[in-house]
Write a protein of this length. Sequence first.
Length: 107
Amino acid sequence: MIRIMTAALAALLVAAPVYAAEAPKAPVTLKAPEGAKQPAVKFDHAKHAKVDCAKCHTDKANAKIVPAVENVKAGDATPASPSHSLCVACHKENKAKATCVVCHAKG
């Protein structure tokens, strides 16, 4: 369940444009890896507007990529993966809910 969440978060963060670019208006869907028990993550940039883009988009030369979530493309969606750690730590730091269903909402 957590693996799927991690993968979905990773995919979402990879798809998000940043820095000089405008964030997408609609939520970005991060597909869960094949066989994942959790549904995809729907990342809404508008809900994260107070977070500095560079917190996730650390590579200014390729701002659409979120380095911490590249591991999901390789199939690593474990709770210990960089993508999952990045999102959960940020949620906790900002006192936002950090349960699986917050990001892996069904439907």
